[in-house]
Design a protein around this ligand. Structure first.
Ligand code: AMP
Ligand code: MG
Length: 342
């Protein structure tokens, strides 16, 4: 990214999200109003996300999602100030499809391109929508699980998964249990519904190492417990949630105690889960901190968060020349300067 000039008020940013299974387009004003947030998600016929299939899906729906978002926003393409896109982290083929659309739009409209870090965007949309100012954030999704807080110019990672993400842990178990991903009912939500029907806690691995955690052994143990057949699917869903959510809550609590921040924010696709919300609320209250959760429509990957974060970056003079707009598959949140926070 390079520094250019400042932008005045009354401007619009169009944001494109395409890190994994979702292709999203959002339009936001520089004042933080989301004018549109449209998306279309790739649902694998079976198994997990196939990166090339996801990219093919994104290429197929890009035009429609883009048109829908623009028409919902009431903003003409010629009125846009800049185009923001998810530059990473994520799956290469998915990222490259969104980046290609963004580059083409920015070039055609002759307006700047702004590469946005996907994890930063999840935190910023959470702050925008809840009013949180300086939270300890648990960002938990299908591809990422980390506890962050702002310190010295960047969002620092206080703890993270050492292997798979929390959403992926739920998704993998759900598939092993034969559950099917349906439109409007992600696998994590299906597990949440089943978990409500049990209160029987079976013992599963609980792995917190310092400030980090590991979830892959938990999935294997949960799958084995189900196959043994001495407990129900509902019992395993309940126990899986209790173990996994306790782990991320423990790490979040320690980050809160260490930083002495007064807010806890939950963001990312798994933020939709009521049990996880309840656990975090308890630790927040114990530390006299305010608990906030990102609204459902901004929890999972979406274009609005990219558009909003694009405005923050652009306002601080950050743009991405086309020849520096290659996607960054492993772009960590703590490698990104966030000059909009003083
Ligand atoms: P994202 O990666 O941010 O798009 O979020 C998708 C992830 O959120 C997937 O792993 C879903 O299974 C998970 N998810 C969505 N809704 C829920 C829920 N109610 N409980 C737990 N996980 C959920
Ligand atoms: Mg997703």
């Amino acid at each position: 990214m390079v520094k250019v000039h400042q932008k005045s008020e009354g401007s619009y940013c169009l944001g494109i999200e395409s890190t994994a299974d979702d292709f999203g387009v959002g339009v936001a004003t520089f004042d933080g109003e989301v004018l549109a947030n449209k998306s279309d998600s790739y649902i694998p016929a079976e198994g997990g996300i196939h990166p090339r299939e996801a990219a093919r899906h994104h290429a197929e729906v890009a035009d429609t999602v883009l048109q829908d978002a623009l028409s919902k926003s009431g903003v003409k393409a010629s009125e846009l100030t800049c185009i923001a896109f998810s530059q990473g982290p994520g799956l290469g083929p998915s990222l490259r499809t969104g980046a290609t659309v963004a580059r083409a739009l920015a070039s055609y409209l002759e307006i700047p391109l702004v590469g946005v870090n996907h994890s930063v965007a999840h935190i910023e949309i959470g702050k925008l929508q809840t009013g949180a100012k300086d939270p300890v954030t648990l960002y938990a999704s299908g591809g990422n699980t980390m506890v962050t807080a702002f310190e010295s110019g960047r969002y620092r990672v206080f703890g993270e998964t050492l292997d798979i993400a929390l959403g992926n842990c739920l998704d993998v178990f759900a598939r092993e249990a034969g559950l099917k991903h349906k439109k409007g009912l992600p696998l994590g939500a299906a597990i949440e519904q089943l978990a409500l029907k049990s209160g029987r806690l079976i013992s599963l691995p609980y792995v917190v190492k310092g400030m980090d955690l590991s979830l892959s052994g938990l999935v294997t143990a949960a799958t084995t417990a189900l196959q043994k057949g001495d407990c129900t699917l509902e019992d395993v869903c309940y126990s899986l949630q209790e173990h996994a959510f306790s782990m991320v809550t423990e790490v979040t609590e320690r980050a809160l105690a260490h930083t002495e921040k007064k807010e806890v924010l939950l963001t990312g696709g798994v933020a939709a889960n009521k049990r996880l919300q309840a656990m975090l609320k308890v630790i927040a209250e114990e530390h006299d901190a305010k608990f906030s959760v990102v609204p459902l429509q901004y929890a999972t990957d979406n274009g609005a968060m990219i558009a909003w974060t694009g405005t923050l970056a652009y306002r601080h003079g950050l743009v991405t020349p086309i020849d520096q707009s290659m996607v960054k598959l492993r772009w960590r949140v703590d490698k990104v300067d966030v000059p909009w926070i003083q």
